[in-house]
Write a protein that binds this ligand. Sequence first.
Ligand SMILES: [Zn+2]
Ligand SMILES: [Zn+2]
Length: 271
Amino acid sequence: MSAFTETYNIHTHSFYCGHGSGTIAEYVREAEDKGLQLLGFSEHCPFPDNFLHRSRMDYSMMESYERDVRVQQKEAGIQILLGYECDYFPRYEGYLRKLKESGRVDYLVTGTHFIERSDGTRVSPFSSILTLDEIYRYRDQFIGALESGLFDYAAHPDLFMAGSSAWDEVHKSVAREIIGEAVRLSIPLEINGNGMLKRQAPDRFCYPFGPFWTLAARMGASVILSTDAHSTANLTLTKARLEVFAHQHGVTLVRPCVSAGGQLKWSGAGE
Ligand SMILES: [Zn+2]
Ligand SMILES: [Zn+2]
């Protein structure tokens, strides 16, 4: 197994999300063992009405999750940050803003896991190849999240390409709009290692999608690497591969660190 040089991971899930495993303490031990210096927990954020409950913890469990992370933050030998990965829908903006301003969290990341169609039904890019209309809706939801000002970075922006074998003018223009908005707002975009564990074809990850990142590099996006681990075994599994991928596509990396106030901030990375 090859080594990695970026000693952070701030996209991490645990048993709390219901589709992952490992306690908060077990992750911290694994991070210390593997030489990470900064570990951020970003559990899928529940909503007060338990909307999307099948992919996240119950709303009532937030307190326990936050307590577990805060305990480790005091006891661990490495830096720990407490966050949530949030699906953004304008109707929950007030809730998310309150959470952000509550002092309970150190950062919020957005990920667009569900797209709402005009008839009120939902589709996930994880399980379906998106139609044209759904791709545009993905773009609008993603850009809405960026523009909300709530989020410190944006996870797997190229998820709309999962399952797709096309990369035509529509895909390119959607990618350009998403990347352009992230650049304009100085919000880092994430290359996500979890999709490297799901191969779509022998020569193709489910995500990240290479041409998206070539474009991101050309447009000057700031980029962060995450394993998006859902088990302790996967905490650093794709880290070296992520660095190779980033290098191959020529992206500009930024590195998360901890501000004096204990919040997430960014510094330049690489030589
Ligand atoms: Zn998850
Ligand atoms: Zn995600």
